[in-house]
Design a protein around this ligand. Structure first.
Ligand SMILES: *Cc1c(COP(=O)(O)O)cnc(C)c1O
Length: 215
């Protein structure tokens, strides 16, 4: 079932678009079904859950962090992940940079752009992202690899398309100045096809692979 879900998505996904399997709230046995079907990139949103799962999965599993990250949890998360997709404040950015410098690492991060109409969603506005981009060479402990965004929670595809198109425009303008700014992480279970049409380079899909989460 999980293998079938994965295969269905991968068959439809252009080969240059990456898939992060969002495994939050699912047990390791469930993740292993996806691993056995060939999936290697998993994304988690809670530090404790991530730390509990990592030692139980094969060592070539790659982990991304996609949740709201508090700076006091950085030391648990950063050693375990290859990408923090959800950097949503200057404070967090500076704390990751400091950790990277202290550990002689360049942590790869995405800046979360606020595009949805819901005020509860996290993220930077366009001017803030441009300001960070212009300062990017000043961060010795991290590398800003691109943008992540979540569309409004709506069934209205036109709204989603408009929001994704806006992130894509910002992404294109920054990517044209720096080719290493190369990741555009948009698209979840309900809207990944729209995101791919709008130029996503990475989708983050949970429910459509693993089924509903039990909170
Ligand atoms: C949970 C989550 C997803 C996956 O959502 P699904 O609808 O289950 O595919 C993607 N991105 C972020 C940031 C999430 O928190």
């Amino acid at each position: 079932m999980i293998a079938d879900n994965l295969r269905g998505i991968i068959n439809e996904l252009p080969s240059d678009v990456k898939l992060a399997a969002v495994s939050k709230f699912h047990p390791v046995a469930t993740l292993m079904e996806a691993y056995s079907a060939g999936q290697r990139v998993f994304a988690e949103s809670r530090p404790q859950e991530l730390a509990a799962k990592v030692p139980l999965m094969p060592p070539d599993t790659e982990w991304h962090f996609i949740g709201h990250l508090q700076t006091n949890k950085l030391k648990f998360v950063l050693p375990l992940v290859s990408l923090v997709q959800s950097v949503d404040s200057f404070h967090l950015l500076e704390a990751i940079d400091a950790w990277g410098i202290a550990h002689s690492k360049r942590c790869e991060v995405l800046l979360e752009q606020h595009i949805a109409s819901e005020e509860t969603k996290q993220g930077f506005h366009v001017d803030e992202i441009c300001r960070i981009f212009d300062r990017r060479s000043g961060f010795a402990g991290l590398s800003v690899k691109g943008l992540m965004a979540m569309a409004s929670n709506t069934g209205d595809t036109a709204v989603i398309r408009r929001e994704f198109t806006a992130v894509r425009a910002l992404f294109d303008s920054l990517h044209s100045k720096d080719a290493s700014f190369e990741v555009l992480s948009i698209g979840m279970s309900s809207d990944w096809r729209v995101a791919v049409e709008c130029g996503s380079t990475m989708i983050r899909v949970g429910t459509a692979i693993f089924g509903p989460r039990e909170y």
